[in-house]
Design a protein around this ligand. Structure first.
Ligand SMILES: *[C@@H]1O[C@H](CO)[C@@H](O)[C@H](O)[C@H]1NC(C)=O
Length: 379
């Protein structure tokens, strides 16, 4: 539906552009009496060919043959892979920046070779709208005046002030953020015991996680924490000599700066981005609160398969307090997770007891899943 509309719009655009071009020719023919008409400006030709290329591309992408019909082999060769079609709807490949022209113009409207505007929120907005990677800029980014004084001996010591630019937040200090909601992860007294204790069956303390891996003769050296906030999971794992990198966005708070100042690795990457890690490179992927029922199911499928890609055989996927409606967990997510063919090392479901959880009939799932060592290669 949206696809066809977009295509129609493009065709219309192309028609208009072609007409403008012919008008241009026409008018220039009328005006200029004897000699050759003035050349068509390069940029116009360029724009027209871009539009043509896009149309050709989209037309070849459009699903043409209904599945009931037998596809002739030549046509089948031209038809776009169905997963490319699906994926371009979720995250239009390479075009999401153009879809947000106002923001993009704002972002790129700066004086080259001087200090960048104070516009970190615009970059964040663009990335969250799928414009990623952002265009590079030739300006100097703003950085805080006071560099960290020493190595963070303890990733749970209070975040040193003045090490991040906080002027576009309501809170102007890390301690202010620490005084907001403890779930945000800025209060190190709270963070210090996170992921260590077993209170309910939804908890998988790190000691238990490592013990489970050890008893399966599986070593955890390197992990990826998706949507890991201020990096506390990585911090706890660091104390166990395990390296974990954290993908985190600056949604309303300086999460990336916090991870960095703790001496951990922040990857400023949105959930819809292909994980910036090579195939089979990590032993563990953790999905925390950020991965939940608000992500469209198809996007979630691509996310889980990308997680599968970066996990080594025998590696672990930890779904930590994944929440969804109870019915969806049974009907949608359990089959989706099942499709990965992982071994269920732990699978715990319990009601989400907070106000919105009760209102929406939501449950939490905490699952530790182990990727098979060998996959059969048949279809
Ligand atoms: C981590 O490594 C250090 C240095 O090799 C060692 O002293 C310490 O015992 C290790 N910690 C754990 C939990 O293995």
């Amino acid at each position: 539906m949206g696809f066809t509309m977009g295509l129609n719009l493009l065709l219309l655009l192309a028609m208009v552009a072609t007409n403008i071009l012919s008008l241009y020719h026409l008018s220039s023919n009328i005006q200029s009496k004897p000699p050759a008409p003035p050349p068509v400006p390069d940029h116009l030709i360029h724009q027209l060919s871009t539009i043509r290329a896009t149309i050709n591309h989209l037309t070849s992408l459009q699903p043409s043959t209904p599945p009931s019909k037998k596809i002739p082999s030549a046509a089948a060769a031209i038809a776009a892979p169905s997963d490319l079609l699906i994926y371009t709807h979720i995250a239009p490949i390479g075009s999401s920046c153009k879809d947000n022209p106002i923001l993009l113009h704002q972002y790129m409207n700066y004086t080259p070779f001087s200090l960048c505007p104070n516009d970190a929120p615009i970059a964040e907005d663009l990335i969250l709208r799928g414009c990623h990677p952002l265009p590079r800029r030739r300006c100097f980014s703003r950085t805080p005046f006071s560099p960290p004084a020493s190595l963070p001996a303890d990733p749970f010591s209070p975040l040193p002030e003045k090490t991040a630019l906080l002027n576009h937040y309501n809170c102007k200090t890390f301690s202010c953020f620490a005084g907001l909601k403890p779930e945000m992860g800025f209060d190190m007294r709270v963070e210090k015991s996170r992921y260590l204790n077993y209170r309910t069956d939804l908890d998988l303390p790190i000691s238990q996680l490592l013990q489970l891996a050890k008893s399966a003769k599986s070593v955890i050296r390197l992990g990826l924490d998706i949507g890991g906030g201020t990096g506390t999971f990585a911090a706890q794992m660091k104390l166990q000599n395990v390296t974990v990198v954290t993908t985190t966005m600056n949604l309303g708070a300086p999460y990336n700066e916090a991870v960095a100042i703790r001496g951990l690795v922040p990857l400023h990457a949105p959930l819809q981005q292909r994980l910036p890690v090579f195939d089979g490179a990590v032993d563990l992927v953790r999905c925390g609160h950020a991965v939940n029922r608000w992500i469209p199911v198809t996007s979630m499928e691509f996310l889980f398969f990308d997680v599968d890609r970066v996990l080594r055989g025998g590696g672990y996927l930890l779904l930590d307090h994944f929440f969804s409606k109870k019915m969806d967990l049974d009907k949608v997510y359990t089959p989706l997770i099942g499709r990965l063919g992982y071994k269920k090392v732990k699978w715990a479901v319990a009601n989400k007891a907070d106000a919105s959880g009760v209102k929406n009939g939501e449950v939490y799932l905490t699952a530790l899943l182990q990727k098979p060592l060998i996959r059969s290669t048949s279809k």
